[in-house]
Design a protein. Structure first.
Length: 213
């Protein structure tokens, strides 16, 4: 199967972006562009990822052949958790910093009773790898999830936890996405993946700006 992760630069992020500063000198959201990108991790090994960068540098789509997790009889421990780290080389106005403050994910999960799926997203810039913020969303199996459902994961990063890009005119944003399945019932099965070649994960990134100090 193939799942898609769409990374949308701020021009597509929100009609009403959340702002730390809001005066007329604040850069416009569309002044951030994606110069290049890559992916790494056991959920997206070499040869299993495709990327499609839009001509204006505002949208990049990652296509994955291996970013699925499974649990249940006959599955291996390595099937239960996968990660894929996205690396985006970004260009933005000098003299300002921006911060990721909100993102939205959509996906598909089929989880029997006793199985829990958890989605983690860790954000950080390579220039300050010690400064990270991580969001976590869990789904408990059974009920509507037993037959499979589309889900939405919405990250609301508190202001105190946001991370800022380095001052300058470029930075590398990393987003380490990890999906993990745990089970209290050894006979129960579950999976988190997409169901066809259409979008399974869509990520919209919102930003705030502040002047460099």
């Amino acid at each position: 199967m193939r799942s898609l992760v769409a990374f949308l630069a701020p021009v597509l992020a929100a009609a009403n972006p959340i702002g730390i500063i809001g005066n007329g000198d604040t850069p416009k959201p569309d002044e951030i562009t994606i110069v290049s990108a890559s992916a790494s991790g056991n959920g997206c090994p070499q040869g299993t990822v495709t990327t499609d960068l839009s001509p204006d540098g505002k949208v990049i789509t990652f296509g994955f052949d291996a970013f699925q997790v499974y649990t249940g009889p006959g599955t291996a421990v390595s099937d239960k958790t996968k990660n894929c780290q996205l690396h985006l080389n970004l260009k933005y106005p000098g003299g300002f910093q921006f911060a990721i403050v909100e993102s939205t994910y959509h996906g598909y999960a089929q989880l029997e009773t006793g199985v829990t799926g958890t989605f983690y997203s860790t954000y950080y810039f390579s220039q300050d790898a010690a400064a990270t913020t991580t969001t976590r969303t869990s789904i408990d199996g059974g009920g509507i999830w037993a037959d499979g459902q589309v889900y939405t994961k919405q990250d609301q990063i508190p202001t105190a936890s946001i991370i800022w890009s380095p001052c300058g005119a470029s930075g590398i944003l990393n987003v380490n996405n990890r999906i993990a399945l745990t089970s209290s019932n050894s006979s129960a099965s579950g999976q988190i993946s997409d169901d066809d070649a259409t979008v399974a994960f869509t990520q919209q990134v919102h930003v705030s700006w502040q002047a460099c100090k």
